[in-house]
Design a protein. Structure first.
Length: 164
């Protein structure tokens, strides 16, 4: 079947199998490998992307279901060479180790901060509760998201200087 999907503001048209998952469409059809594939069961959350500005686990969304919709991936967080405060926060606060869960965590964090610019630690933990990190113990991920909340209004060059 042929589908048309907007991903990170760019339109794509592809002939795909009806059973293709969105995560495979993103990675294999259009080459956006930032979205990771972990479980196919919605348990791990490594594959979180936005569809029409709502976080979804792309391992359980058919690519055909995304036809006519707008998808945003982790590749779209950085704009014009400037890291999103969420990305910067993960660097500043060491919010990653192996990095496998990081893209999904960042997409969830960006969504949270867009809807709640000053979340409490508990609100952050609740937002990322659908995602599994097997390396960090979540402490630095929570700190990274708080860092992003505190630095979201700053110019990128100033935000990076804060923890230096």
């Amino acid at each position: 079947m042929n589908i048309e999907v907007e991903v990170n503001g760019v339109g794509y048209s592809r002939d795909i199998e009806p059973r293709m998952l969105l995560v495979h469409f993103l990675r294999d059809e259009i080459g956006l490998t930032g979205t990771h594939w972990g479980c196919d069961t919605t348990n791990c959350g490594t594959c979180v992307v936005w569809m029409d500005e709502v976080p979804v686990k792309s391992c359980t969304v058919l690519a055909a279901m995304a036809a006519g919709h707008s998808v945003r991936t982790v590749e779209d967080l950085e704009q014009n060479g400037t890291l999103d405060p969420v990305q910067q926060g993960f660097m500043e606060m060491h919010g990653l180790q192996c990095g496998f869960c990081t893209p999904g965590m960042m997409m969830t964090a960006r969504w949270l901060l867009d809807h709640n610019p000053d979340p409490s630690e508990m609100e952050i933990r609740e937002a990322i509760s659908g995602q599994i990190c097997r390396c960090t113990g979540y402490e630095n991920i929570v700190r990274a998201i708080r860092w992003a909340a505190e630095h979201s209004g700053e110019p990128a060059d100033k935000a990076g200087e804060v923890m230096a």
